[in-house]
Design a protein around this ligand. Sequence first.
Ligand SMILES: [Zn+2]
Length: 123
Amino acid sequence: MKKRFGVSLSEGTTQDLNAVASKLGCNRSAIVEKAVELYLTELKHASEEHTCLGVMIITKKSSNVPIENVYEEFKDVISGYTHYHVRNTCVDVVLTAGSSSRILELRKNLEGCGCLVKYVILH
Ligand SMILES: [Zn+2]
């Protein structure tokens, strides 16, 4: 059952929402509901210790960044990784599984090495 309540959005966000809804041919409520679900998942994810499954996409500015040492330190939560070179940029894709706080610590370590890290939650 759906609940209805009023939400105020900025003019810019409203324009973006209208444009995307029109382009995708779906209604605004469906987009807002999915966006709220995703955001709530991220908020809950960061605040509750749990067994986590996800993929880290790591972009390194230089191949001299010694992140293999970080991988070794966090092998308890790294199931495996692959390494790519794309237009003079190193990209690692790391499958993580285990303690969410350890995975968060891994992310902070990688960011501390100057890496750009995007984490995709798979559970
Ligand atoms: Zn998680």
